[in-house]
Design a protein around this ligand. Sequence first.
Ligand SMILES: Nc1ncnc2c1ncn2[C@@H]1O[C@H](COP(=O)(O)OP(=O)(O)OP(=O)(O)O)[C@@H](O)[C@H]1O
Length: 297
Amino acid sequence: MTKVLRLEAIGRRFGDRQVLRDVTFDVAAGRMTGFVGANGAGKTTTMRIILGVLAPDAGTVTWQDAPLTREDRRRFGYMPEERGLYPKMTVRDQLVYLGRLHGLSISAVRRNADELLDWLSLGARADDPLEQLSLGNQQRAQIAAALVHDPDVLVLDEPFSGLDPLAVDTVVAVLRERTAHGVPVLFSSHQLDVVERLCDDLVIIADGTIRAAGSRDGLREAHALPRYSLRVEGDAGWLRDQPGVSIVDLDGPRAVFDLATGADDQEVLRAALSRGAVRSFGPVTPSLAEIFREVTR
Ligand SMILES: Nc1ncnc2c1ncn2[C@@H]1O[C@H](COP(=O)(O)OP(=O)(O)OP(=O)(O)O)[C@@H](O)[C@H]1O
C-alpha cells in the first residue's frame, strides 16, 4: 500500500466546455507538490474533484491504491478557494468547531488549535472574531482550519496568496512539519518564485491538460539548455568570436551564452582564463518561470 494520492485520466466538462482532459498525476507522501497554471487552467476544478465537492465525468482519484471514500475525505484537509470561515466567530471557536466536526475529541482539538495558532503567530488573536483580523491573518486562520484535525492529506488552493514573505515562511514551516510526518501536500499558486523555492514536485496545467509533472529538480534537468554564465575580470566581448558560442546576453564582464552541440565548455573556460581572471563560470539551470513558459506555449 503506497501513501499516494493518485489522479488518473480525470475529465470534466461544464456545458459544452471541456475544462479538464485526461488529468493524471501523483501527490506522494511527505512531498510538497506545487500545482501551477494560468487563470482558468483547471486547478480549482481539479482540487474540488479530489475533495469530492465536484464529480468527474471520467477518471478516478485513489488514495493508498483504493478509490476515495467519504471516510478518506473526512481525513483530508482542504483550503478552498472561496475560503469559508465564519466572519463573526472567534478564531479559536471555529477551529474547535471544525475539529469536532471531523470527529476529534474536545481535548485533542483544543490542543491542536492552540498549537497551530501559536505556530502561525495568531495566539494573541485567538479570541477575536475573524472579521477583525487583517487579510493576511485571516489567511493564516484558514490554514489553521485546514490543519486542525491532523489530516492525512492536504489540498490547499492558493494558500500563500496575500501573505507577506515572512508569513509565507511561517506557513511553509507548518506545512513542512506535516510533510515530515508523511502527509502529501498539494498546493496551487500563481507565485512561481514561491513554488520554485518550496515545492519538491511540480504539476503544470494549461487549458485543462497536464503539461509537465515530476520532481522539481528532474524537470529542471529535463528542460536544461546547454546554457552557461561567465563572469570575467575584463570585457567578455571576445566570446562573440569563440567557436560554438551563441550569446544570449553580454554586459561588460558578464555573459550568458548557449553552446552548440559537441562544443566543449572547458574549451571556453580555458579561453577565458587565457585572457585573465575568471570570477564565475557554470551551467545555468532554467527557472520555473522559463519551464512554465516553455511547456504552456
Ligand atoms: N461551475 C462552473 N460552471 C462553469 N464553468 C466553470 C465552473 N467552474 C469552473 N468553470 C470553468 O472551468 C475553467 C477552469 O476553472 P478553474 O477555476 O478550475 O481554474 P483555475 O486554474 O483554478 O483558475 P484560477 O487560477 O483563476 O483560480 C474556467 O474556464 C472556468 O471558467
